[in-house]
Write a protein that binds this ligand. Structure first.
Ligand SMILES: Cc1cc2nc3c(=O)[nH]c(=O)nc-3n(C[C@H](O)[C@H](O)[C@H](O)COP(=O)(O)O)c2cc1C
Length: 194
């Protein structure tokens, strides 16, 4: 059974945003079509970035690639290693640390976050789900991908088809069916009242 994860909002928001959530139970047989994979990556490519620098770089690792299992085994930490192997694809999001003229791009993480958000929304629009993974062993991922030190690995985005929560056990199952919670709007507003 699927838990009800729809966001409760003070005003209606786009269904694709309200219905987005981060499952850990993924269908381990679902294979992303080429169009689905391309659409998600294209959504990221067309994200805005400071000065249009586009610092993001992606590694797309589908489950049928042996790198997928390696990434899960040595590139992820803790309980991420248990659920991420079921995801249809893992997208490693890295950034170029410097701009073309050799200066540190201080906006790179903000830009990459925007880019990841675009991919998440596109996946949701396709009826897929995503789960950001920040629990990484970044140096192992750098080695697996053969990246030089001009890159910084930020996050991995798991993508796939959501599966019944009952596929998980114990604390993982409890988390899967727990209601989604957020701070109230007035707790995060620094100024102004809508
Ligand atoms: C940058 C980032 C890193 C995250 N890292 C992990 C992680 O390593 N493992 C995990 O299970 N969830 C991870 N998450 C998922 C969050 O826990 C989840 O988005 C949050 O609890 C809100 O739930 P929702 O996405 O279902 O609304 C991460 C999310 C973000 C944005």
């Amino acid at each position: 059974m699927q838990p009800n994860k729809i966001a409760i909002t003070a005003a209606p928001i786009a269904p694709v945003l309200a219905e987005r959530w981060s499952p850990r139970s993924f269908d381990h047989e679902y294979v992303l079509s080429q169009d689905e994979a391309l659409a998600i990556l294209e959504a990221g490519r067309w994200a805005p970035s400071a000065n249009n620098i586009q610092p993001w770089r992606f590694a797309y690792v589908s489950r049928n690639d042996s790198l997928h299992a390696q990434l899960c085994e040595i590139g992820l930490t803790g309980f991420n290693q248990a659920w991420a192997p079921h995801a249809s694809a893992l997208i490693v999001i890295a950034v170029k640390i410097e701009t073309a003229d050799g200066r540190e791009n201080t906006g790179r993480k903000y830009d990459a976050g925007l880019c990841a958000s675009m991919m998440v929304v596109q996946a949701q629009e396709l009826g897929l789900h995503t789960h950001h993974i920040g629990g990484l062993v970044r140096e192992e991922i750098v080695t697996l991908l053969g990246l030089d030190d001009s890159y910084e690995v930020l996050n991995v985005l798991a993508v796939g088809k959501v599966a019944p929560a009952e596929q998980l056990e114990g604390p993982a199952y409890e988390r899967e069916v727990a209601p989604r919670v957020r701070l109230e709007l007035d707790e995060i507003m620094l100024y102004g009242k809508p």
